[in-house]
Design a protein around this ligand. Structure first.
Ligand code: OSB
Ligand code: MG
Length: 385
């Protein structure tokens, strides 16, 4: 049954009313500190968004870190934007599909990570309503996804080699190491020497400038799969200049916020691979659009990570099943990050270095409410009239 409301067509039986929204701030200790060029993370303060509609609960995770050192968003800005701007835009609304959320949120400029968590929670609800796993609702094709790991900067190449041996023994298909000036060539060459055939990449998180071009060219000898975001986080043009001088493929992470950035990067020749992160691009609709665009341009994509809990991780798994996600992502087992994850079961990786995708409705994992309540340090809820 369909009904016309103004210019919008709503399918009435499928419609959902956004009845309540809850924001929670959690504190969770990582099993091991994670060092990137922008700093070290020992514990995460993170925001979860729970949306209630038609008796169902959907969950999304804000991937913004505590400080604006990866991109401009933070835990604090995401709380402010969600509470003061997103909640009023969708609380009490009746929508036919999560596909309508980007249009509702379109007055908000930037703040992709805040928007992503709210939109993704609605995707979770829609999938549950339709009794489908989220990955199938999104149009996913692979029921098993290839996995890689991202290793933080270590105190020495020897320590890094030990960690890599463990990850390869666990089955992971691709190793990515974080680099920064002074901790780059020695580390990457040691890994390449020990593992001549392993899929290997490096991630600089914007630690270099074009003046380092000569230095970065030395990475060309290491047969790397890619070098991720070597230059300024918001500078596509400089990456195009660098890519012309490197044989190794550049992969953009920080610089890609939506499909228009992806189009600019590809047309300028700024990268040959794109890392899609749900938070950074504003949610599943945008992630899917980037994936489709890159597919048409024959640019491989893969799913990045932001040290997520199981909720963000489950959304990453769903995204990774889409066509075009051909390279192993930074989507790895819950136990690499947490003693106890907030979903049940935790996400596990097979000895072949894959995740077998859940066939259950929604994000495919149960959310451990009791544990979430115990980890919550701040909470705010809104209910529609
Ligand atoms: O650049 O991919 C990145 C973690 C935090 C912020 C940025 C990045 C990362 C990672 C880790 O590389 C990915 C993960 O294991 O979740
Ligand atoms: Mg990165």
């Amino acid at each position: 049954m369909r009904r016309r409301i103004g210019a919008q067509r709503l399918s009435v039986w499928g419609a959902m009313r956004i009845e309540a929204i809850t924001l929670r701030k959690l504190r969770m200790r990582l099993r091991a500190p994670f060092e990137a060029s922008f700093g070290t993370t020992w514990e995460r303060i993170l925001v979860l968004v729970e949306v209630s509609a038609d008796g169902l609960s959907g969950w999304g995770e804000v991937t913004a870190p505590e400080g604006p050192f990866y991109n401009p968003e933070t835990v604090g800005t995401s709380w402010h934007i969600t509470r003061d701007f997103l909640v009023p835009l969708f609380l009490g609304n009746r929508i036919g599909s999560a596909c309508e959320i980007p249009a509702l949120f379109s007055p908000i400029r930037g703040h992709e990570m805040a928007r992503a968590a709210a939109e993704n929670a609605v995707w979770d609800i829609e999938a549950q309503q339709k009794k489908l796993p989220l990955w199938k609702l999104l149009g996913g094709e692979h029921a098993e996804i290839p996995c890689g790991v991202s290793l933080g900067i270590q105190s020495s190449p020897e320590v890094l080699l030990e960690k890599i041996a463990q990850e390869l023994a666990a089955g992971y298909q691709r190793i990515k190491i974080k680099i920064k000036p002074g901790k780059d060539l020695d580390y990457a060459s040691a890994v390449r020497k020990a593992h001549p055939d392993t899929m290997l990449s490096v991630d600089a998180n914007s630690a270099y400038t074009l003046a380092d071009t000569g230095h970065l060219k030395r990475l060309d000898d290491l047969n790397l799969l890619m070098i991720e975001q070597p230059l300024w986080w918001d500078d596509i043009l400089s990456h195009a200049k660098l890519q012309k001088r490197l044989r190794t493929a550049i992969c953009l992470d920080e610089s890609i916020r939506h499909v228009r950035d992806a189009a600019a990067a590809i047309e300028l020749g700024a990268c040959r691979i794109i890392n899609v992160k749900l938070g950074r691009v504003g949610g599943h609709s945008s992630g899917r659009a980037i994936q489709e665009y890159c597919g048409a341009k024959k640019i491989p994509v893969w799913c990045g990570g932001m040290l997520e809990t199981g909720i963000g991780r489950a959304h990453n798994v769903a995204l990774s099943t889409l066509p075009g996600f051909t390279l192993p992502g930074d989507v790895s087992a819950s136990r690499r990050y947490w003693d106890e994850d907030i979903i049940d079961p935790p996400i596990e990786v097979t000895p072949r270095g894959t995740i077998v995708v859940s066939q259950k409705p929604g994000i495919g994992y149960s959310v451990r409410r009791d544990l979430i309540e115990r980890l919550t340090i701040e909470k705010e809820s809104w209910r529609a009239q």
